[in-house]
Design a protein around this ligand. Structure first.
Ligand code: SF4
Ligand code: SF4
Length: 420
């Protein structure tokens, strides 16, 4: 893993242009819905932005800034959504988000972080392997009910469904839907059952790297024992963590696919077809970790030469290769469904507001961003907001409860199962 000092080039290259707070000009459709950084949008100080966090990081490294609780709260108010990173990289090669994550790791290393909520989560995870501290024995309870989920035994198979904590404990319907889809598409698969532990994403994104790496190793051992080659997820957090974090701390010879990609391939191959129409107008929310932050991480070591030239060439993650087409094409293939787009979409999607642990530590802040995203979603005329992240779902359902009648939220897998 890189240390904060490894990102000096990024800190020193920031020229205060402010692009990290806005969608790139040619991609905007006016002032409304052009802001992209949830914390800058809310607090209106540069300290609350990618640019500001880079300068804080540099001053901490240089000993020009001292820790205090206000500084800790500021660093953890960021949702780690990566919108600053994508927009900065639209004009130059820097690693804004990786610097922010390394800053969090430094706070933890120096005994100044994380927020107490995340420290408690790490303690719970060490005991129970899930973020909620619920009994580990209940993790795969979703697979035992109702009858008909025949393929969910922990047998060796080339494909494994990785459900994740939030789905296993809070949203078992998503796990059951995913298995039904895999069965309908004729894909033999396994689940890890009691061998599945948290993907580690919530620890990684709150700077608790060593604890996150332990989850990685435990999951890799279970996958390798079953001869797995392809990991399927229905959770954006798991998807982005498997692709973006695991290769940083371990050999990772697995292919990772989102369930929307599996459905798209099965539709194209004629192994799956929709038979029921669903009358709805929906808009798709691109979760950060399924969209701009889902590109595979390729380790890089080398030298940064004059004008930022990286030798050897570096595989930059610019956010344009996220999972954008598959969910839209699948949902658009269901008779009766019309898919309409929000202004900020794909790599420029606005975060739900709850990412990076913000929903747990700063719930009211998360709701300000969620309300803005719901405002954008309702402006499309859609009656349904659809996505594929149980964490986004929690944040949006909190927000929609404050706006009765605005629209409803549905998970991607629910619509697919309803249309089969
Ligand atoms: S877009 Fe990049 S260079 Fe410009 S202010 Fe933001 S972090 Fe600095
Ligand atoms: S990661 Fe998201 S919330 Fe954090 S500074 Fe960047 S754009 Fe703002």
């Amino acid at each position: 893993m890189n240390q904060l000092a490894d990102f000096r080039h990024t800190m020193q290259s920031c020229n205060h242009c402010g692009q990290c707070k806005w969608v790139l000009g040619p991609k905007t459709r006016g002032y409304d819905f052009a802001e992209i950084c949830p914390i800058h949008m809310q607090f209106h100080f540069d300290a609350y932005s990618g640019q500001g966090l880079l300068h804080i990081a540099q001053e901490l490294l240089d000993g020009e800034l001292q820790y205090d609780p206000g500084l800790r709260d500021l660093v953890y108010s960021c949702t780690a959504c990566g919108a600053c990173d994508t927009n900065c990289k639209s004009i130059r090669d820097m690693e804004v988000l990786d610097t922010i994550l390394a800053l969090r790791a430094k706070l933890v290393e120096d005994g100044q972080g994380p927020m107490p909520q995340y420290a408690r989560m790490a303690e719970a995870m060490a005991r129970t392997h899930n973020i909620y501290g619920r009994p580990h024995a209940e993790r795969a309870a979703w697979a035992g009910e109702p009858a008909g989920l025949s393929a969910t035994t922990s047998q060796p198979a080339p494909v494994a469904y990785f459900a994740g904590c939030a789905t296993s404990y809070q949203r078992p319907d998503i796990a059951r839907n995913t298995v039904r889809i895999l069965e309908a598409a004729g894909i033999a698969h396994t689940v890890l059952g009691a061998d599945e532990h948290c993907c580690g994403g919530p620890l990684w994104r709150t700077g608790q790297i060593d604890a996150a790496a332990r989850q990685v190793q435990e999951n890799l051992d279970a996958l390798q024992r079953r001869g797995v080659q392809t990991i399927v997820t229905s959770c954006a957090e798991c998807f982005g963590t498997l692709r973006g974090f695991y290769p940083r701390v371990a050999d990772f010879p697995f292919e990772v696919k989102h369930i929307s990609e599996i459905v798209q391939e099965a539709l194209d191959a004629g192994r799956l077809r929709f038979s029921k129409p669903l009358q709805t107008t929906l808009t798709w929310h691109d979760p950060c970790l399924l969209g701009r932050l889902s590109e595979p991480y390729v380790p890089w070591q080398g030298e940064i030469k004059a004008f930022g030239r990286h030798v050897p060439a570096k595989a930059w993650r610019r956010g344009q290769q996220g999972v954008y087409d598959a969910p839209r094409r699948v949902l658009g293939a269901i008779a009766g469904i019309e898919v309409v787009e929000m202004v900020r979409n794909e790599e420029n999607a606005l975060c739900c507001g709850g990412g990076g642990g913000v929903r747990e530590a700063f719930p009211e802040q998360a709701q300000v961003t969620a309300a803005e995203r719901i405002r954008e979603a309702t402006a499309t005329g859609a009656d349904t907001l659809v996505s594929s992240c149980p964490f986004c779902q929690d944040t949006f359902e909190d927000g929609l409860a404050r706006q009765p009648g605005a629209m409803r939220y549905r998970d991607f897998t629910q619509l697919v199962v309803d249309a089969l």
